[in-house]
Ligand binder design. Structure first.
Ligand SMILES: CN1c2c(nc(N)[nH]c2=O)NC[C@@H]1CNc1ccc(C(=O)N[C@@H](CCC(=O)N[C@@H](CCC(=O)N[C@@H](CCC(=O)O)C(=O)O)C(=O)O)C(=O)O)cc1
Ligand code: HCS
Ligand code: ZN
Length: 798
């Protein structure tokens, strides 16, 4: 964030014809992006230290620059060419969509005072405030990035938003690479996706959509491309994943028209060498009808996802002037590629008539950990089946050599790939007959509970709850002490007995706190869990956990997705001792807490050798046994979280029904073995749920808690309109923000809720778990929630 960008100049209204000289050759091997957080989460540590006031913005910049240097030199070492734009420059301090907003000066009015009045630029503190909020000023909304566990910040755009080229960090980082002898390829969110992912700013007239502002935004991209060309960039990558999704709030015609307009302007308004050559990348799925449209524009290369999407079956008009970048190496999962069949695919693409075919990854490698060689504790047999980001770079390089020099040139690596895959099918644990037998014996009755009315009255008699019962979603703050204890236990500095005693002490504190605040259904707070998926994976057969396999989930927050490699079974009860210990501390009902099968799959790297339905049902059977044990131990309420139910929804509408069929069935398989008086809850968050409302109903949970605070309960009207009968807990406290909602605010939200759904359906709870919050925020918020529930209860007819 150093140099001054040039002031905005208006675009001429009639594009000049494209008279550019031929584009420079696209690199034969590339990746669409590389992890940004660092192999030891260096960026997370640097930025969190800045937020905590322990270091300066300059310290963060030093750490970030070191990370970028390391990335460039590592990619050269792995075989990418430093001289031909094969190395992406895709750094971000928090999120690439936020970066695009900041680049274009899209700062919501509530944060406008943070920007430099002359340039519109934000410093690191201002940039962080957009992401994290300040006082009563809410941060940008965060939501799922396509069907991944990455989350982006949603830009707010209105009819009057002034676009300007406000931040040239991308240019600066390009120049930084060049100074080190590496000609990188800057990567940005493309203009169409940027606007399609944005939401209308508050106060925008009905019917306004951010994509209506495309013509006003494009001059910023023109200026950016000009600045990049002046700095020496030969290629720029514009990511347009919105093109592969049907869940975008615009008609397909509108999206395609925007595509033509955007790339028409960008490729003809400027002629090379006044702009870099443009590669448009479409990760996460097939382009469908957008491919011929994109091919008809003057962009210079198109990167397609051939892991999720299929190659076109015949020549595509317009491709003859473009490079087709074939994403044959999976950027989204960690299995080693079948190099032989990838080469078959690459060779077949020659028939499409493209000017050249280059080898790439299907998506950015943002979604996979850095290096499998950094996992010394992994079983060597399993390790040989895996490719993390660094190994995928090697695969891309090998494939490009195979494509250009012939298979003989890479025969040894093709053979190693084949042998690795052959061994995978034979290894012990991959197929367990007893698990397969149990699945084969399932009958329809295993997926259904009895009727809801009976369940409702039996549960009411057992639980004796007041109207508008209050509860939380499960986790309480994961304090540094808890994390330190877990790290010490892992190192052997704390015995298991000592560790368990510390966790029990934490549970005792959490129970006392909930009783003091007056919550109705208590939780144990999940202190013993490093993560809601990893913890279960560590306790189930068929999974492996990593030590350093961190993947960015949002901002500075990371996860270590487990590797689901074999048939899944539960060797012993997992949560029962924690829940029964909790129940022994209180007379109030205690809610057992589990993660559901779909979410366990969504947040793991899942085996790709059998249908997801079968893997989900294996996980579901393990959970069904766990729920049975909780019930037998006297736990009357069990919550099975499915925050990722919406995340795995396929991007193409045609694939929805099949997905919802298996995902809903796996939840029901997990939860339908209980007696009517046992209350099953589920919890959903991090997404818009309108599209899958029928599936939520189909889960047949007695109570569903759902994110709603930020959208001010809008979802409830839909729920009521659909005749939903079961319990519903719309979140009244946005846990993504450090802000403590006032009692009056929660009372107002609850008042709205009782106006939408029947009071006897309504539960009162936060939006999500409290693990990322601090105790001082949580205590105040929960006190306000309980007080508001009491106030609204008093208004209900007797
Ligand atoms: C609910 N969400 C989740 C998603 N995905 C998951 N897999 N899990 C989720 O909960 N997706 C949607 C949402 C939002 N996403 C996230 C993702 C990540 C976090 C989060 O808080 N991550 C933590 C790391 C959690 C973890 O694994 N903790 C471990 C290790 C902790 C650690 O860093 N240890 C230190 C040593 C400790 C010390 O000495 O102080 C180390 O290893 O260096 C644990 O607790 O044991 C994060 O910090 O990023 C939240 C929501
Ligand atoms: N039970 C989990 C759900 C998060 S989505 C928690 O409370 O953290
Ligand atoms: Zn949640």
């Amino acid at each position: 964030m150093t140099e001054q960008p040039s002031p905005t100049t208006p675009l001429s209204t009639s594009p000049t014809p494209n008279t550019s000289p031929a584009a420079p050759e696209f690199p034969a091997a590339t990746i669409l992006g590389y992890p940004r957080i660092g192999p030891r989460r260096e960026l997370k540590k640097a930025i969190e230290s800045f937020w905590a006031g322990r270091s300066s913005a300059a310290d963060v910049e030093t750490a970030a620059a070191a990370l970028r240097t390391r990335t460039r030199s590592r990619l050269v070492e792995l075989g990418l060419d430093p001289s031909n734009a094969s190395i992406p420059s895709n750094f971000s301090y928090y999120d690439q969509v936020l970066d695009a907003a900041v680049l274009a000066g899209v700062v919501p009015a509530r944060f406008a005072h943070l920007a430099d009045p002359a340039t519109g630029r934000l410093d690191l503190a201002g940039y962080s405030t957009l992401a994290r909020g300040a006082g009563d000023d809410l941060p940008l909304e965060m939501t799922k990035w396509f069907d991944t566990n990455y989350h982006y910040l949603v830009p707010e755009i209105g009819p009057d938003t002034a676009f300007r080229f406000a931040d040239d960090r991308v240019v600066h980082e390009f120049a930084e690479g060049l100074a080190e002898g590496v000609l990188t390829r800057p990567v940005l969110v493309g203009p169409v996706t940027f606007l399609l992912l944005a939401k209308a700013a508050d106060g925008a007239p009905a019917g306004f959509a951010p994509i209506d502002r495309l013509a006003d935004l494009l001059p910023v991209y023109v200026q950016l491309l000009t600045a990049l060309a002046a700095a020496g960039a030969t290629w720029v990558q514009l990511d347009e994943p919105a093109l592969v999704s049907d869940s975008i709030e615009a008609t397909p015609e509108r999206v395609l028209a925007a595509l033509v307009e955007a790339y028409g302007v960008l490729s003809t308004e400027l002629t090379r060498p006044n702009r870099p050559a443009i590669v448009v990348a479409a990760p996460y799925g097939g382009l469908g009808s957008a491919l011929p449209v994109l091919a008809s524009t003057d962009v210079d290369a198109i990167a397609i996802d051939l892991v999720r999407g299929a190659a076109p079956t015949g020549p595509v008009a317009g491709l003859e002037t473009k490079t087709l970048v074939a994403g044959v190496v999976d950027g989204h999962n960690i299995w080693r590629a079948d190099l032989g069949s990838a080469l078959d695919t690459l060779e077949s693409l020659r028939g499409l008539g493209a000017a050249a075919v280059a080898v790439g990854t299907s998506t950015s490698l943002l979604h996979v950990p850095h290096d499998v060689e950094d996992e010394p504790a992994l079983d060597p047999t399993l390790r040989a089946w895996l490719a993390f980001a660094d190994q995928k770079v090697g695969e891309v390089v090998t494939l490009s050599q195979g494509l250009t020099k012939g298979r003989d040139a890479v025969a040894d690596r093709l053979e190693a790939s084949r042998a690795g895959l052959a061994n995978r099918t034979q290894a012990p644990g991959v197929v367990r007959p007893e698990v397969r037998g149990r699945l084969a014996d399932l009958a329809d009755g295993d997926f259904h509970r009895g009727d809801f009315a009976t369940r409702k009255s039996e549960q009411a008699a057992r639980l004796q709850l007041p109207p508008l019962p209050t509860t939380t979603i499960g986790s309480f703050p994961q304090t540094p002490e808890i994390r330190k204890a877990r790290a010490a236990h892992a190192k052997g500095d704390l015995t298991t007995e000592q560790y368990d005693a510390e966790m029990q002490a934490e549970i005792r504190r959490v129970v006392e706190l909930q009783e003091r605040i007056g919550l109705d259904v208590l939780v144990h707070g999940e202190p013993e869990r490093n993560d809601m998926v990893q913890y279960f994976a560590e306790n189930l057969d068929g999974f492996a956990a990593t030590q350093n396999g961190w993947v960015q989930s949002y901002g500075s927050r990371c996860v270590r997705p487990p590797i689901l490699w074999g048939d899944v079974a539960r060797p012993a009860p997992i949560t029962v001792r924690w829940s029964t210990f909790t129940a022994s501390l209180t007379n109030k009902p205690v809610k057992g807490m589990l993660t559901g099968p779909v979410t366990i799959l969504a947040w793991s790297f899942v085996r790709n050798d059998q249908p997801l339905r079968d893997t989900a049902n294996q996980v579901a059977l393990a959970l069904r046994d766990e729920i049975g044990d909780l019930e037998a131990a006297g736990i009357g309420v069990v919550q099975v979280d499915e925050p990722a139910l919406r995340e795995l929804l396929p991007l193409r509408a045609a694939d929805h029904a099949a997905y919802l069929d298996w995902s809903v069935a796996s939840f029901r398989l997990a939860t339908s073995g209980v007696r009517p008086e046992t209350q099953i809850h589920t919890h959903l968050c991090y997404s818009e749920f309108g599209e899958i409302f029928g599936a939520i109903d189909g889960l047949d949970a007695d109570v569903t808690s759902i994110e709603a605070a930020r959208s001010r309960m809008e979802i409830l009207a839909d729920i009521a309109a659909q005749g939903y009968q079961r319990g519903i807990g719309p979140g009244v406290y946005d846990i993504h923000s450090p802000r403590i909602p006032s009692e009056a605010e929660v009372t107002e939200l609850l008042g709205k809720a009782v106006g939408s759904v029947a009071a006897d359906q309504l539960w009162v709870n936060p939006d999500c778990g409290l693990k990322t919050r601090k105790y001082d925020e949580v205590i105040g918020s929960l006190e306000h929630i309980v007080a508001a529930a009491k106030t609204v209860r008093a208004t209900l007819p007797a």
